[in-house]
Design a protein around this ligand. Structure first.
Ligand SMILES: [Zn+2]
Length: 486
């Protein structure tokens, strides 16, 4: 029995976040009444001339630099010729042999924290197409009852296409790779990457080969995957299909296949086009682009810390677990807040517990992001510092977090003003313990009869009697000593 491995490459289209479209002044915004965000340029009227959107080009170059791509000094736009009803010019402005970026590497991690790499072939810039809606009856019995509508609001929106090398080996890796791209683009501010609005769409090239083989098998290209879950299911299903064909003596056909979400299978769409089918040629309406080193340096200097670097800092330097590090990295503002808390108190572990625990809960309950709340990072640091120095116990710490969320100000001042510091004085705690034992004769008898799990209740009573100020560890120790002695 042959053991198979999958070889997967991903092509991923990402709409860029800009105020206007790629080659005209129309608004680049999702939705709206059909055909209201259009003009002669994006409708392909004769004589209308395109003007490139500099912001989109900046976004592309920043994305390329962030992913380690080479930015060639010269690049140009080409026409990709094909007919499609939602593409008014009958060609798409894209880039063929001189794209804005070449090469690069996407570093990503799996759920168990394993780091992986996938090389990029290129990232090029193009314009998006419009959208067709097919409506009416399609059973053919009533002539003219089936029709299609077209909306050109999306036509001409700047779109970057990231083409990967076939370095991915499983559906899990494909999703992790896409997540890394998504968080990188969000962090760079180049795209909002809203999959539900179609601003990230991807196709996967899938083939199989016996493990250990170096040549590639025949690949198929899967289209129509509109969520990371679809990507996972479609790739799994396609790998299974190809293995079944090859193991029963058949051959995989090179073709484009669509993903049927409802049935959970891929189906043939058309045979794969070759580049020459598109008759690419340089767009005569657009001059080539030229970049100098100084511009590159300016763009490079505006890059923030990237998600993968942040993930590695959290897991390696701070020892935070993969799940918590991922949660932080996926919310850049929360991660910035966390970094400020750590800078103020130096205790990453306590910070991650409060930030992802109580503070995130309060944020969910109130709808206010932690970053914009009253709980300033230096206040959280004060709570952690007092907890570390055993000035307060964890119960008071939790209360203080809620109070600084409600805008009570410095927790250190609250503790001083209200005398909340923990009572670690054995004499005082012993007094509380004695009171509790005297008031709970029945429970004491249960403990002596072997029901030692009532200890939690007794400690709770000591905390209550001391109004939360007793050191719970000391209270437990004294209770046990007294109960076991008598
Ligand atoms: Zn327009």
């Amino acid at each position: 029995m042959t053991a198979w491995e999958a070889v997967i490459g991903i092509e991923c289209h990402v709409e860029l976040r800009t105020a206007s479209k790629m080659f005209c002044g129309c608004q680049n915004e999702f939705g709206g009444e059909p055909n209201t965000k259009v003009c002669p340029v994006c409708l392909g009227m004769p004589g209308a001339l395109p003007v490139p959107n500099m912001r989109a080009i900046d976004h592309m170059i920043r994305a390329g630099i962030a992913l380690g791509s080479e930015i060639p000094a010269f690049s140009k736009f080409d026409r990709k010729n094909y007919f499609y009803p939602d593409m008014p010019k009958d060609y798409q402005i894209s880039q063929y042999d001189m794209p804005l970026t070449q090469g690069g590497v996407v570093r990503y991690w799996l759920e168990d924290g394993t780091m992986k790499e996938c090389r990029l072939t290129r990232i090029h810039l193009e314009e998006d197409t419009g959208k067709s809606t097919h409506a009416g009856s399609t059973d053919g019995r009533i002539a003219g009852s089936a029709y299609s509508l077209v909306d050109f609001n999306r036509a001409g929106v700047p779109l970057m296409e990231c083409v990967s090398e076939p370095d991915i080996r499983s559906a899990e890796e494909a999703v992790a790779y896409l997540e890394a791209l998504k968080r990188t683009f969000v962090q760079l501010g180049v795209s909002d990457v809203k999959m539900e609005e179609g601003s990230l769409r991807c196709d996967a090239n899938v083939s199989i080969r016996p493990i250990g083989a170096s040549e590639y098998g025949t690949k198929t290209e899967i289209k129509n995957m509109n969520s990371f879950r679809s990507v996972y299911r479609a790739i799994e299903s396609e790998i299974e299909r190809q293995i079944a064909i090859v193991e029963s003596g058949g051959r995989v056909t090179q073709e484009t296949r669509g993903w049927d979400e409802a049935r959970g299978v891929t189906h043939p769409m058309r045979s794969k086009e070759q580049a020459h089918d598109y008759r690419y040629f340089p767009d005569p309406d657009l001059v080539p682009m030229e970049f100098n080193a100084a511009t590159m340096e300016i763009l490079r200097s505006t890059l923030p810390e990237l998600p993968t670097a942040r993930f590695e800092r959290y897991t390696k330097q701070f020892g935070i677990n993969v799940k918590q590090a991922t949660q932080l990295v996926d919310n850049a503002q929360l991660a910035d807040y966390f970094d400020q808390c750590v800078a103020a108190c130096g205790n990453a572990h306590q910070c991650v517990n409060f930030v992802l625990g109580d503070l995130s809960r309060l944020s969910n309950e109130s709808g206010t992001p932690v970053y914009y709340s009253n709980a300033r990072p230096e206040y959280v640091a004060e709570v952690i510092d007092m907890l570390e120095k055993k000035i307060i116990n964890s119960k008071i710490a939790k209360e203080l977090i809620e109070r600084i969320w409600e805008a009570a100000g410095s927790p250190r001042a609250i503790v001083e003003r209200e005398g909340l510091s923990q009572t670690s004085d054995p004499g005082a705690v012993e007094g509380f313990v004695n009171d509790v034992l005297a008031a709970n004769e029945k429970v004491v008898a249960e403990y002596k009869a072997g029901k030692t799990n009532v200890m939690g209740f007794l400690v709770g009573q000591v905390m209550k009697t001391s109004r939360g100020k007793a050191d719970p560890a000391l209270a437990g120790e004294l209770l046990r000593k007294k109960l076991d002695a008598s």
